[in-house]
Design a protein around this ligand. Structure first.
Ligand SMILES: C[S@@+](CC[C@H](N)C(=O)[O-])C[C@H]1O[C@@H](n2cnc3c(N)ncnc32)[C@H](O)[C@@H]1O
Length: 297
């Protein structure tokens, strides 16, 4: 096929995916648009629509590893935190500050600080287990070297200043192993986008005891088997945190947010610290109550 034909096909495929993404937003962001989301912070529908536009703009303007749709899913959970509940929002892994800018907008609306941990010099030297990650759902191998995803603090600050809410942010510069042990504040929500399993281990080990019960911990490595499996490893959780593994919603394929060749997926997954099980609906799993009706979700 001629170059021109291939470019045209690529363009049509891209437009089709964008159209699908736009059409799916009322579903994927259904919880975000519910009136109760943000009500405790005075965030109404017009504020939410503006947030969607601002976050999409950040994604277009700043090279960013995660998407504004993923940021809006995180925003939904932040806007659902009871207003009288203590705690900061935490981001581990900022790169150029695209995700930071978007999360800082949410932090501003919630009246919470966004604490941003990053070396601002890229990733540390990966150990042998972290040199290559397998993403079965994408049919990809991701390889890592020291300094990958490097972006200086000055660039991050400038992007957050332009597209986010700089006054809501506090930056903790340095490798996690150096900066996180001194951090001891209650955490209401955490977003980890760190690439390496070793970095995820450090962040989880330091943040888990600080997370308030019922709060969300997101990871942007849902498809990385090396990281997704960590949330199920009994021995690791017993040794490091004296608890049982919490599991991970979206492990292996992520939350269904972005249209792709084999359905909707993403890199975003989450777990909840000590969820209030007594508030969950009880379903008798006996083939009567829980048969599938394709007309329902
Ligand atoms: C994938 S990028 C983050 C992408 C960003 N959240 C976005 O959406 O554009 C990973 C980030 O984690 C940081 N990072 C990874 N391991 C780290 C560690 N052990 N200490 C400090 N920073 C680390 C890197 O410097 C890099 O900025």
């Amino acid at each position: 096929m001629h170059d021109y034909g291939r470019r045209l096909l690529d363009l049509v495929a891209k437009a089709y995916r964008l159209g699908l993404l736009a059409a799916s937003l009322p579903v994927t962001l259904g919880e975000f648009f519910r009136p109760e989301t943000g009500a405790a912070y005075g965030v109404d529908l017009s504020t939410k629509l503006l947030l969607v536009v601002r976050m999409a703009r950040t994604n277009l303007a700043v090279p960013t590893g995660s998407s504004f749709v993923e940021h809006l899913v995180i925003a939904t959970k932040a806007l659902r935190i009871p207003a009288d509940s203590d705690g900061v929002l935490v981001e581990c892994g900022a790169y150029k500050g695209g995700s930071t800018a978007n999360l800082s907008l949410v932090a501003g609306h919630c009246g919470r600080e966004l604490v941003v941990f990053d070396s601002f010099e890229g990733m540390p030297e990966p150990d042998d287990d972290d040199r290559e990650h397998v993403l079965i759902a994408s049919g990809q191998r991701h390889t890592y070297d020291a300094d990958a995803w490097e972006a200086p603090l000055s660039e991050v600050r400038a992007n957050v200043d332009r597209y986010g809410e700089l006054s809501a942010c506090r930056f903790e510069a340095g490798y996690f192993a150096e900066t996180m042990p001194a951090f001891e504040e209650p955490v209401a929500l955490a977003f980890l986008d760190v690439g390496l399993r070793a970095s995820a281990e450090t962040a989880i080990e330091e943040l888990w005891p600080l997370l308030t019960d019922g709060s969300y911990l997101f990871t942007h490595e849902a498809k990385h088997m090396e990281i997704a499996t960590l949330f199920f490893e009994s021995e690791w959780w017993a040794d490091r945190l004296d608890t049982s593994p919490p599991g991970l919603v979206g492990a292996g394929s992520g939350l269904g947010l972005h249209p792709g060749a084999s359905g909707f997926s993403s890199l975003l997954a989450y777990t909840i610290k000590s969820p209030a099980r007594e508030t969950f609906e009880t379903v008798t799993d006996d083939g009567r109550e829980n048969v599938v009706d394709p007309r329902e979700d």
